[in-house]
Write a protein that binds this ligand. Structure first.
Ligand code: IPD
Ligand code: CA
Length: 294
């Protein structure tokens, strides 16, 4: 896959816009956060709040004003086509369940990507930002510019993914989807991972998990079922921090599997390939998909 090259001045602009817009939306979420669930999506536990929607509206307005020719693709039913070759891939609140439960591990994720984000392997992020509204922690990156984290008013620091290559000593993050059949499959994959790593973390925001791989507070991360908006910004932040991201067989992440890590990536990938081959496909017999509207 050959994706278009974006000139450096444009990359700088995209990075600046991603960080500015994600920071503004995070402030909005922090100040106006209503945690009332307003609808459910794929399953009764896949929730959306009024704040998710309003955060997305704000982000879309700001991006349209800054770069009217760009396309827009976002979690809460948001898609607008464009002509510039850049698409903004947005998660207005990643970690909505944490948001609803007031667990301070959720984030606004804004990424500029090239290619078609609906087709795995046909797109890649070129700039992105992830901002936690509660901690105010901000992560950002652009292709070739390194990955950065800023905590409050402290100076920004350049990120470096973990150099730990030994799987038994690696702290690994993971996450679970909303469908019961997929969760059952994820549990069967997790069981043989658990005794082979230092420990497992399930933070509840894939965007933050990827940032934690970038800053080395996780040695690695994997999850089945991620959407482009969950991982677009985190992807460029991980790779700019010297980490890697891939699928099981493919060199790009997809809904089938996202694996991201520092030096432990080859060992983690090999383990997951072996386990997934043994576990087989998702089995819907015990857990048929939820009825629409259930
Ligand atoms: C979810 C979070 C969670 C992951 C799920 C995602 P949402 O996004 O990233 O950590 O395990 O797969 O769907 O629904 O909170 O935006
Ligand atoms: Ca999400």
């Amino acid at each position: 896959m050959t994706l278009p090259r974006v000139p450096e001045p444009v990359l700088r602009d995209l990075e600046r816009i991603a960080l500015g817009v994600a920071s503004e939306a995070a402030l909005f979420v922090a100040e106006h956060g209503s945690v009332q669930v307003s609808a459910t999506k794929s399953t009764p536990t896949d929730v959306v709040t009024e704040t998710d929607r309003r955060s997305q509206e704000l982000i879309e307005q700001r991006l349209r004003a800054a770069r009217p020719a760009d396309a827009f693709y976002a979690e809460e039913d948001g898609a607008v086509s464009g002509t510039s070759g850049i698409t903004w891939v947005v998660d207005p609140i990643d970690g909505t369940v944490n948001f609803v439960y007031d667990i301070p591990a959720y984030a606004v994720s804004v990424a500029a990507v090239v290619g078609n984000p609906r087709v795995p392997g046909q797109w890649a992020p070129v700039a992105g930002a992830v901002v936690n509204p509660v901690s105010g922690e901000r992560f950002w990156a652009r292709s070739g510019g390194g990955a950065w984290r800023q905590r409050g008013r402290l100076p920004a620091t350049r990120l470096q993914a973990s150099g730990r290559a030994e799987l038994p000593l690696a702290l690994i993050g993971t996450g679970f989807g909303y469908s019961a059949a997929v969760r059952s499959w994820q549990a069967r994959v997790l069981a043989p991972v658990l005794p082979r790593v230092r420990d497992i973390r399930r933070v509840g925001s894939a965007a933050l998990d990827l940032c934690h791989v970038a800053d080395g507070s996780l040695d690695g991360f994997y999850e089945r079922g991620l959407n482009p908006w969950d991982l677009a910004a985190g992807w460029v932040i991980v790779t700019e921090a010297g980490g890697g991201i891939c699928g099981l067989q493919q060199d790009h992440p997809s809904a089938e599997m996202t694996i991201a890590a520092g030096a432990v990536l080859p060992a983690l990938r090999e383990l997951l390939v072996t386990i997934v081959a043994k576990v087989g496909p998702v089995d819907c017999t015990d857990f048929p998909p939820a009825e629409p509207g259930a």
